[in-house]
Ligand binder design. Structure first.
Ligand SMILES: Nc1ncnc2c1ncn2[C@@H]1O[C@H](COP(=O)(O)OP(=O)(O)O)[C@@H](O)[C@H]1O
Ligand SMILES: [Mg+2]
Length: 285
């Protein structure tokens, strides 16, 4: 009896620390099984990087967490609510707590940046009047590091990096607790990508966000991710810090992190650390 009670308490505590809990997920398209018995926990307040070869199902995983892809089996809990197939008010309340930046940005090309940012506000808070909506949009645009002048522009008038920020502003429109980013730095030059990463980290820290971040970008993984989940063989084969992952001898993980690009990224991080240690009197932790 007591054991069951204790277990419930443990579960409640664990639940409290977990923003997203995926269990036994299966996704398929016709004969093609993309995920089988996939488990994953995303902890509250972390930036979890999600990596895996092209076509391993990273975007499908994100889509099944946010309810755009109905899984064949399994459960997805977000902030303790089981979400699969739910359309009721409680599920809607959870849905309002996340923002999404889709692969490629997916801005509406016929709407200005400000109008794009206003889309989720119109959808979820129809009672908010136009003036307040404008103010919220302007604030979100500035938060992502875009100049206020970007608001009335159309996506086609912006650089790739600015479009990504506009997408980020839209993802932040509802003051989310949870942010989904699908390949946010793909297609950006290294400087633009690093600036976007910095912005993501800053926002995550100031707003206390949990971030589910799909990326190919080794620099992103090294510089801003607290942990990394590796998708292969239809499931999450490992989750941990990069150091922990490097200790595993899975061929894809070794190839990915210990290949030439992985070594270059490690070296760059080491250089930054040494630079910081030599310029600050206490050094870095
Ligand atoms: N709507 C869909 N219909 C059919 N197949 C799909 C669909 N979405 C994704 N797939 C397939 O599922 C696999 C995983 O896709 P995806 O999650 O987009 O990969 P990635 O890891 O590159 O993001 C791919 O083989 C892709 O072709
Ligand atoms: Mg993808």
């Amino acid at each position: 009896m007591q054991q069951a009670e204790e277990r419930r308490v443990d579960d409640a505590i664990a639940q409290d620390e977990v923003a997203i809990r995926v269990r036994g997920l299966r996704n398929s398209f016709g004969d093609q099984v993309v995920h089988e018995k996939l488990d994953l926990d995303v902890r509250k307040g972390e930036i979890l990087g999600v990596v895996g070869g092209s076509g391993t199902g990273k975007s499908v995983l994100m889509r099944s967490i946010i309810g755009l892809q109905m899984p064949d089996a399994g459960d997805v809990c977000v902030f303790g609510e089981s979400m699969v197939g739910r359309l009721d008010d409680e599920a809607l309340a959870v849905r309002k707590r996340w923002g999404v930046l889709f692969q490629g940005g997916a801005l509406f090309s016929t709407l200005t940046v400000a109008e794009n940012v206003e889309v989720p506000i119109r959808e979820y808070y129809p009672n908010i009047g136009p003036q307040l909506r404008d103010e919220i949009a302007a604030y979100k645009i500035r938060m992502t590091g875009l100049p206020a002048e970007a608001g009335p522009k159309y996506p086609a008038e912006l650089s790739g990096g600015m479009r990504k920020r506009a997408g980020l502003a839209r993802a932040l429109a509802l003051d989310p607790d949870l942010l989904f980013l699908d390949e946010p730095t793909a297609g950006l030059d290294p400087i633009g990508a690093a600036a976007f990463d910095d912005q993501t980290r800053k926002l995550q820290q100031t707003l206390g966000l949990t971030v589910f971040l799909i990326t190919h970008d080794l620099d992103t993984l090294y510089s801003i991710c607290d942990r990394v989940a590796v998708l292969a063989d239809k499931k999450v084969i490992a989750v941990g810090t990069i150091e922990e992952l490097l200790a595993l001898d899975h061929p894809w993980i070794q190839e990915y992190f210990n290949g030439p690009r992985g070594r270059a990224a490690t070296a760059a991080v080491e250089r930054e650390k040494n630079k910081a240690a030599s310029t600050s009197p206490e050094g870095r932790r």
